[in-house]
Design a protein around this ligand. Structure first.
Ligand code: MOS
Length: 744
């Protein structure tokens, strides 16, 4: 077990502590600049116009009335827009749709961008956009998961093989004494970050600067460069603050490119923000799923067979697969497992990653089926989960790097008071309300990529960390500061952090819950290198109290280098630089997954417990308590980590009870395209939420033992709620969301 990246602890170690967000004051003061807030002199405003048919061609464009609006500068359509190259998704150019905007007259879905009106004011652009007349030649479209154009995995699906098979699941199911055969459905859901996507694009000659609400500045930079056919170094993308993303800002959507195309065309900076309605068409969604689970078991509840068949959808231009069967491959001990996905290709807007893609709907279906199995076996549902605990990953045939799921079940149950659960449904009441308890398993892969970070110590001794990573409200600013602060023996609020800029040392997408595991070791490495350089400077300086000493003899503390065991011999960082005649020291550190992770399956786990109260007359469900117990490795910041988990559980409550995007059957367009019709949880929907961490460091994942924790919080929540609703009412809802009419 290695902790070599850490310097000896100062008096104020901050890793693990509930450190307040260093960016908090800026945010609450309204002073954190989000993309659309970027002040740019002379900027024009662009408003997008979108197709109103699902499939066909543009037959005619009449822009006379639109161009007559005072203040309109230009109207871009396929006829006059700058030519750009069509991109296909890969991990350097993360374009979620194979669709170059405004390049041809073909309509591929209702909501596709077909024009951008550029004007001196937003109001003029919006008025002209409403006056633009576009006539279409419509063709027959496929809009329904039950009637697709084709059903297959998309050609350029970039993820792991979603199919899996071991043993003989069909025969084992047929022979099993207890069988559950049930189909669960989940609707389309939308990310709905508070901040809609927005772009401010500015060309300086052939150089492009873009402020964009993105989870991946380097991905956006690469896409812009590739689309315009220019070198990536000529493009800079900045995204220092992101008002939520949940996956929709993880990829490069067409509006960012259109803003840059418009700016190029008119020779002025252009600002473009998606409307809330456009967030439902143009930044992805979670696809609907239909999941049939056949689960066979012995009478003692031990699993004999699982077959999980997932049907989902994508657009004809997006290679996305909602891999709901992914967790079924390994989550429980079972010798006979079959997981199969099929994807209906439709003429609809493109889906993408959203809040634990795959795992969120998958753990709902699997967690519900296992609960059904528990009742069929006459077992406590938690006992059934325990009995089927997987000690190894049978899908990969690998041991786990670090798995403490049984501890999550045990500690969660104890804190929740699971033993107070009555075995039978409809057996617990509080006044008029039926009360139910539910439990389900949470899981998310522990991913890691490679990253770099730069630590600079300035002439006045200030410490700055820079990396092209992102903070979506997740807390990255603060944990980066903590890691550097512990290395230098200072307080986190004494460290300056710069992130969200493609010109900084590279970091990956803020997705897949991998930023913490990826970026913090690079920061630790950069800090170690910077300190080593400072020690070398002091060691060579005859005037320094540290003259002739090596790294082993010195620690950094309180803005100084101090001789180990002799605090009286110290040199302030500023004095080290001054004494050496050096203006500043900058060191780039890097970290990447190494051999330590080979041959191991790496996941975070958890147990979700909920209590619901159901009004038997109205069918209303209220979650009255929720508790998540998680095994997520070492926790860097107890406060931001807890907040992440609370956020995930809140989204799980939304998924279970509220969220549903409804398509117009005639066009495929979403009719619930606003926050009045698309329901997300509000404070009144949210009960007290408890979060527990089983803090077992995972040193196979990275030297700090820390895993990312963005997405696991939502997993298992919808199943736990559906299971609690069954326990309360005796009604099994297999179709999310659990709205009142499904309980009457
Ligand atoms: Mo996450 S859905 O990988 O941003």
């Amino acid at each position: 077990m290695s902790t070599t990246l850490e310097q000896p602890r100062s008096a104020r170690p901050s890793i693990g502590a509930p450190v307040d967000r260093i960016d908090g004051p800026l945010k609450v003061a309204g002073a954190a600049p989000y993309a659309a807030d970027t002040p740019v002199n002379d900027a024009l405003h662009a408003v997008l116009v979108q197709a109103t048919i699902p499939r066909g061609r543009i037959a005619a464009i009449d822009d006379g009335a639109a161009r007559a609006v005072p203040g309109v500068v230009e109207i871009l359509t396929f006829r006059n827009a700058p030519r750009v190259r069509e991109l296909r998704f890969d991990w350097t150019t993360p374009m979620p749709e194979s669709l170059a905007p405004l390049q041809d007259d073909v309509i591929r879905y209702d909501g596709q961008h077909v024009a951008a009106v550029v004007a001196r004011t937003f109001e003029a652009a919006r008025e002209a956009a409403a006056l633009l007349q576009i006539r279409y030649d419509a063709e027959a479209a496929h809009l329904d998961i039950a009637h697709p154009a084709e059903t297959r995995l998309p050609d350029d699906w970039f993820g792991d093989n979603p199919q899996s098979r071991r043993g003989d699941p069909e025969a084992a199911f047929a022979a099993a004494p207890v069988q559950i055969d049930a189909t669960y459905t989940t609707p389309v859901e939308h990310h709905n970050p508070l901040e809609p996507s927005a772009t401010v694009a500015q060309w300086n000659g052939d150089d492009l600067v873009v402020h964009d609400a993105t989870q991946w500045v380097i991905g956006a930079r690469n896409c812009l460069a590739a689309a315009f056919g220019i070198a990536p170094e000529r493009v800079r993308v900045l995204s220092p603050y992101v008002g939520g993303g949940f996956g929709c800002k993880g990829w490069f959507w067409a509006h960012t490119l259109i803003a840059a195309m418009a700016a190029k065309h008119v020779g002025r900076p252009v600002k473009l923000a998606l409307t809330r309605e456009q967030m439902f068409t143009s930044a992805g969604h979670r696809s609907e799923t239909v999941q049939r689970l056949r689960v066979g078991a012995a009478r003692d509840g031990r699993l004999a067979a699982i077959r999980h068949d997932v049907r989902t959808t994508t657009s004809r231009v997006a290679p996305w697969v909602e891999t709901a069967g992914a967790p079924t491959k390994f989550l429980f001990a079972c010798d006979n497992v079959g997981v199969h996905h099929e994807v209906a290709l439709l003429d609809v807007t493109s889906p993408t990653a959203m809040r634990a893609p795959g795992e969120a709907p998958g753990t709902y279906a699997l967690g519900s089926a296992l609960d059904e199995l528990a009742y069929a076996c006459g077992l406590d549902p938690l006992e059934l989960l325990r009995r089927n605990h997987a000690d190894t990953d049978a899908d990969e045939g690998l041991p786990y790097s670090s798995k403490h799921l049984l501890a999550c079940y045990a500690r969660g149950a104890e804190h929740f008071g699971w033993e107070r659960r009555a075995p039978q449904p409809r057996a617990m009441r509080d006044g008029r309300d039926l009360v139910g308890y539910g439990v389900a398993t949470a899981v998310y892969p522990a991913l890691r990529s490679s990253a770099q970070a730069r630590v600079t110590v300035g002439a006045d001794g200030t410490i700055e960390v820079a990396t092209a990573a992102h903070d979506l409200g997740t807390g990255l600013y603060t944990i980066v500061a903590q890691v550097a602060a512990d290395a230098f023996g200072v307080a986190p609020h004494d460290v300056r952090v710069s992130i969200g800029d493609s010109s900084l040392p590279p970091a990956p997408v803020a997705g897949g819950s991998m930023t913490t595991a990826t970026v913090t070791p690079a920061v630790a490495d950069a800090a170690r290198r910077a300190i080593a350089e400072l020690v070398a400077l002091a060691s060579r300086d005859p005037g320094s109290p540290l003259f002739g000493l090596g790294t082993d003899a010195i620690v950094a503390r309180d803005g100084a280098l101090v001789v180990r065991g002799d605090p009286s011999r110290a040199a302030a960082l500023a004095d080290v630089l001054k004494g050496s005649g050096v203006a500043s020291v900058a060191a780039v550190g890097e970290a990447a997954p190494g051999d330590e992770s080979r041959g191991l399956a790496m996941y975070s786990f958890g147990a979700q417990f909920v209590e619901v109260r159901v009004d038997p007359d109205f069918g209303t469900v209220r979650v009255s308590r929720a508790l998540g117990a998680f095994d997520c490795g070492r926790i860097i910041n107890a406060k931001t980590a807890r907040s992440q988990m609370i956020g995930g559980i809140v989204w799980g409550i939304g998924m279970a009870l509220l969220e549903e995007s409804v398509r117009d059957a005639r066009t495929g367009a979403f009719v619930t395209n606003n926050l009045a019709d698309y329901h997300v949880p509000v404070n009144a929907d949210i009960p007290p939420i408890d979060v527990l961490f089983v803090e077992e460091p995972d040193y196979a994942l990275n030297p700090l033992g820390a895993r990312g924790i963005g997405e696991i919080g939502i997993t298992g929540v919808a199943a736990a709620i559906a299971n609690a609703v069954y326990h309360a009412t005796g009604i099994r809802v297999r179709d999310l969301p659990i709205v009142p009419e499904k309980l009457l």
